[in-house]
Design a protein around this ligand. Structure first.
Ligand code: FEO
Ligand code: CA
Ligand code: CA
Ligand code: CA
Length: 561
C-alpha cells in the first residue's frame, strides 16, 4: 500500500505534511514519488542501502569521460549525426529530457535536447581569433550554419539489449533552430510581432504536466545583442558577440523567454508572462486545482530568482510573476496594476515583463550569485536552487540555496531561504549547475567551472580539475556526502542529467569538449574520439549496477509488481 508518511518517518524526514511531488513527474523520469516503492520490505531495503558503498573518483584532468565503479556509458547521439533525411543533431547539447511514448514502456520515447550556443570554429569554420574586428569578416553562410546549430532536437530513442539508439527518420524527429518561427503566448505584440524568428541560447529547461518540453533562452544577448536604458529611460542597442544581427536584424526583445515545444508536431510558443531574462531553467509544479507554479532563475551575477503562479488551471499566461526577496522571505509581485513604482517607470505590463530585471530591482529583489537549475526535493518539498558562483562577491565555489515555501504551499507569498550545501574544497565540488533527483530521492549535481578557469595556474579551481557529476546519497553511512561519480573530458561540462522512467538509465549531455581549441589540427580534447579527431558534444546514456542499486526502491517496486 502506498504510504508516504511511513516512508518519510522511515528515512527520518518527518517534516512533510502532504505529498509534494507533482504526480506528472513520476511518469517521465527526473524526479518521482519514491514512496510508491515502499511496501512491506522497508527494513530489508534500508539494510541494503546502508551497505551501499559508492567509490568516489579522484579529480582528473584526463581527456576522458571517466565513471566510478558500477557505471558504464554509451553514446546515444552526437553533434552532426543525422536524425532524418533533412536534419542533423545540433551543437552544445545541454538540457536533456525523455518522455516515453507509451507510459507502460520506459524503453521507447522521445528525447528533447537543447543546443545552447555555437562554437564558430567548429560549427562555421570562423576563427574569431584571426581578426581584430571579427564581425566585419562574417559571411551569411557562416551565420546560417551557427543559427542551425542551436535551438533543440527531438529524437525518438529506443533501448534494445541494453543500448539506447536513435530511431532514424522517425516522423517525430525534428529540429527547432534559430530560424524556426515561434508564436508569442501574449495578447500584445512585442516590437511589432506576435510571431518571432527562432530560439537560441537554450540552456536548461523543464517539462509540463501535459507532456510538452520547456526550453529556456539564457545568454540571448550573445546572438542579437541587448537593449539597455540610461537613467532618462533612453534606449541604446548593445551589439552581440556572434554578430548575427549583421545579417538578421531581429530585436533582442524577441529572446530571453521560456519556450514551450509540443513534441507531437514541433509547434512552439514563447511564454511572455514568465518574464524576460537569462532563464536557466523552468521547473513546474501543478497545484491540486491544476494551477501552475513555475520557478526560474536568472543566471547572471546579481540577478534574481522568480516564480510564476497561474490564476487559472494549466496556464502559463494568466497569472502573476513574482521575484524573490530572499532576505525577508517574500515573493514580490511584478504587477504593473498593483505596484505604483512600476507604473511610474513602465508604460504597461508588457514592458514590465520585457524589462523585468529592472522591474525586479525597483521592487527590492535580492541579488543572487547566478541562480541556475532548480529542483523540488520529492521528499521534503523544499525548492533547491543552484547558485553557481559570483566572483565579484568573492563567491568562487557557489552553493545550493534552499527555499521552504510557507506551510509547504507552492503558491505561498512567503518563504524561508537558507544555505543547503556549500561548494568548496571541504565538500569536494565547485560551481553547481544542473540538479536532478533520482527515483529514490538521491540528489545528483553537475558542476560548471568555466573552461577559462579550469586546470589553470594558481587559482581557486585548481584542486577540482575537470567538471564532474556528483551524487549526494539520501540514505546510509554516506548520506549527505558529495561523491564524484563521473568526470568530464577536457574543457567540457556535464549537463542535462535526466533519469529514464524506470530509473535504470541516466541521460547526460557532454557539452563543449575541447572548447578552448584554437587550431582544429590540434584540439584540446578529442572526445568522443571519432576518426576525424574533432571533439563533439554528445548525449550519453549511463547505466550499470550502481544506478540500479541507488534506485533500489523502484527496482523492488517493479519486481513486486
Ligand atoms: Fe548555460 Fe547557466 O548555464
Ligand atoms: Ca547550465
Ligand atoms: Ca534539473
Ligand atoms: Ca552554467
Amino acid at each position: 500500500m502506498y504510504n508516504r508518511r511511513r516512508f518519510i518517518s522511515f528515512i527520518g524526514k518527518a517534516s512533510l505534511g502532504a505529498a509534494v511531488m507533482p504526480p506528472f513527474l513520476s511518469s517521465c523520469g527526473n524526479t518521482s514519488t519514491p514512496s510508491e516503492a515502499f511496501k512491506q520490505t522497508d527494513r530489508e531495503i534500508l539494510k541494503r542501502l546502508k551497505k551501499l558503498v559508492i567509490e568516489s573518483l579522484n579529480p582528473s584532468d584526463k581527456d576522458a569521460l571517466l565513471l566510478t565503479k558500477g557505471l558504464n556509458y554509451h553514446t546515444v547521439i552526437k553533434w552532426g549525426d543525422k536524425i532524418s533525411n533533412d536534419d542533423t543533431f545540433g551543437f552544445n547539447n545541454d538540457f536533456t529530457c525523455f518522455i516515453p511514448l507509451n507510459k507502460n514502456n520506459p524503453k521507447d520515447g522521445l528525447l528533447w535536447v537543447n543546443h545552447e550556443y555555437p562554437n564558430p570554429l567548429f560549427v562555421s569554420g570562423f576563427n574569431y581569433r584571426q581578426y581584430e574586428n571579427p564581425k566585419e569578416y562574417r559571411t551569411i553562410e557562416q551565420v546560417d550554419k551557427e543559427m542551425y546549430s542551436v535551438g533543440g532536437s527531438i529524437v525518438r530513442v529506443k533501448e534494445e539489449n541494453g543500448e539506447w539508439k536513435v530511431v532514424q527518420n522517425d516522423p517525430l524527429n525534428r529540429r527547432i533552430t534559430a530560424h524556426t518561427p515561434i508564436e508569442l503566448n501574449w495578447d500584445s505584440p512585442i516590437k511589432g510581432k506576435s510571431t518571432v524568428i527562432g530560439t537560441h541560447s537554450n540552456c536548461s529547461g523543464g517539462i509540463t504536466p501535459w507532456n510538452t518540453f520547456l526550453t529556456c533562452e539564457e545568454n540571448y544577448h550573445s546572438c542579437f545583442g541587448e537593449t539597455i536604458y540610461d537613467e532618462n529611460n533612453v534606449p541604446t542597442k548593445v551589439p552581440s558577440r556572434y554578430g548575427w544581427e549583421v545579417y538578421y536584424d531581429y530585436p533582442p526583445e524577441h529572446y530571453g523567454w521560456v519556450v514551450e515545444v509540443d513534441p507531437k508536431n514541433g509547434s512552439a510558443q514563447k511564454h511572455i508572462a514568465l518574464g524576460r531574462f537569462a532563464h536557466e531553467c523552468c521547473t513546474l509544479y501543478e497545484l491540486e486545482d491544476k494551477r501552475i507554479v513555475a520557478y526560474s532563475g536568472d543566471d547572471k551575477a546579481d540577478e534574481h530568482l522568480y516564480k510564476f503562479v497561474s490564476s487559472v488551471p494549466g496556464s502559463l499566461k494568466e497569472g502573476t510573476l513574482y521575484v524573490a526577496d530572499t532576505i525577508n522571505g517574500k515573493w514580490l509581485a511584478l504587477d504593473w496594476d498593483s505596484q505604483p513604482p512600476l507604473r511610474e517607470k513602465f508604460k504597461d505590463q508588457t514592458e514590465v515583463l520585457v524589462r523585468v530585471r529592472e522591474a525586479a530591482k525597483i521592487l527590492g529583489a535580492t541579488e543572487l550569485n547566478r541562480p541556475e537549475d532548480i529542483e523540488i526535493d520529492p521528499i521534503t518539498g523544499h525548492v533547491l536552487v543552484s547558485l553557481t558562483n559570483n566572483t565579484s562577491k568573492n563567491d568562487y565555489h557557489g552553493s545550493i540555496l534552499k527555499v521552504e515555501e510557507t506551510d509547504g504551499k507552492f503558491d505561498s507569498l512567503t518563504f524561508k531561504a537558507s544555505n543547503y550545501l556549500a561548494g568548496g574544497e571541504e565538500n569536494g565540488f565547485s560551481c553547481p549547475d544542473n540538479l536532478a533527483f533520482d527515483l529514490s530521492g538521491n540528489l545528483w549535481i553537475t558542476s560548471d567551472i568555466s573552461g577559462s578557469a579550469m586546470n589553470r595556474g594558481d587559482q581557486p579551481y585548481l584542486p577540482f580539475k575537470n567538471n564532474s557529476l556528483f551524487v549526494v546519497p539520501r540514505y546510509g553511512e554516506d548520506a549527505g556526502k558529495v561523491i564524484r561519480v563521473v568526470s568530464a573530458p577536457r574543457d567540457a561540462e556535464l549537463t542535462g542529467p535526466w533519469f529514464s522512467p524506470d530509473g535504470k538509465t541516466l541521460f547526460l549531455s557532454v557539452q563543449h569538449p575541447g572548447e578552448l581549441t584554437t587550431d582544429l589540427e590540434n584540439p584540446t580534447s578529442k572526445w568522443p574520439f571519432d576518426d576525424d579527431g574533432i571533439p563533439k558534444p554528445a548525449v550519453v546514456a549511463i547505466t550499470g549496477d550502481l544506478i540500479e542499486k541507488m534506485n533500489k526502491l523502484s527496482q523492488i517496486e517493479s519486481q513486486d509488481g
